[in-house]
Design a binder for this molecule. Sequence first.
Ligand SMILES: [Zn+2]
Length: 482
Amino acid sequence: MRRFTVYDSLSRETRMFVPITPPKVGMFVCGLTPYDDAHIGHGRTAVLFDVVARALSHWGYRVHYIQNVTNIDDRLIARGAETGIDPLRLADRHFLAYRVAMEQLGVRSVNYYPHATDYLPEIVQQIRTLLEKGYAYESRGSVYFEAAKFRTYGRLSGQRLEEARPGTRVEPEPGKRAPEDFVLWKAARPGEPSWEAPWGPGRPGWHIEDTAITASILGPRYDLHGGGLDLKFPHHEAEIAQAEGASGLAPLANIWMHAGMLQFHGEKMSKSLGNVVPLQDAIQKHGPMVLRFYYLNAQYRSPLDYSGEATLREASEAYDRLDAPSERLREAVDQRGPDHPGQELPEEVLASSNHLLEQLDELLASDFATREAIAALFGWSRTVNEWLPRFESLSGPSLSALAAPYRWAQEVLGLFEGRGSGQDSERIAPAVQVAIEARQRARDRGDFEEADRLRESLRSAGILLEDNGSLTRWRFAPGEAG
Ligand SMILES: [Zn+2]
């Protein structure tokens, strides 16, 4: 296991990573609230943490990476009321689209995507513990966390309690004792989806699902918590208070990593500002590898500016320069085989390939310096270009030595996977699996209409489902094999 440093947002310093039980690493990243299509900002966070998990696996750690799905919340309920679509269906549909985008982007390191509504007993239990320990109070069928009871509330975001008040966009809630208190269980209003709990029918607050899910899957303490910078307050602050309050153990996570925001001309990308670029549009137009390259060719904690189409066109041109020699090499190796006899590269070129491999790992091990790793790969592409006219005469092992840094980048950065939009059968399989799971969830809650709709939409995409007891298999319809 390679040792590496990472910037920890809680202690505000770059620290050596020390796993709780090596070689295992428990990793949790805040996922999507799928009330709408994902935008390119979501892609940035997803790709960053995919690279973190890939790098850790490459270095010999055994990563268990989970990312939650907030499939019930106020925004989903509001969007459901606007569109006339059941919020749980809406969540499943948008999440399915998100998973397809993740497959295309090569985000494959997440082991499990737990949905909030699949963890209701764990959520109710954690709220009960917080009530018993005096951190929470019940009011009008809802339960709130009393922020003032948690001594270090505000430490992550560096705010004092009196500053830690919700923004003006948040409606005042009449049942709260103090404005900084946050909801753990929200009493249902008529017509809203709700679940039974000792305090009356309602739904979990946004923050509690994460800590109930991580406590049940990763335990009361784990190694790495990630998310977008915009989630630091109040969401992550609330998570720390809930989890440490309930378990009595600290810290919840050894390392807190935050991804910088993607900005449109310096502004936050948001629906209300009308500057949202849907992730799927960018993937279709520029290809997933260009997008990955664009995200990774930046310092991950800094804001990443997007100033319209031109930004991704430039990224596409730059990626072409990096990718072209790697493509040519791949062709040469494929044609001639790895053992093909021929001229050997000079010692110093072979040595510099090895040196570059070490340097690339070193860069990633220094707080995931992906931009510097990409710069080093550009340098290598210049070397490879010099040898390009002589590819025909080189031996298989020499060609492999030239290709080695690209193979590293393919494994760790997820780049160089070809420029297509990733629709072949192997890449589509996990997305189909998600559709099958969404259909199963719809059936479990008795929503057979939605289950049938999912089956039909897969059928129209040339994918047939076969139910066998509780197991569902899929295959391509005849003539549609991918
Ligand atoms: Zn979260």
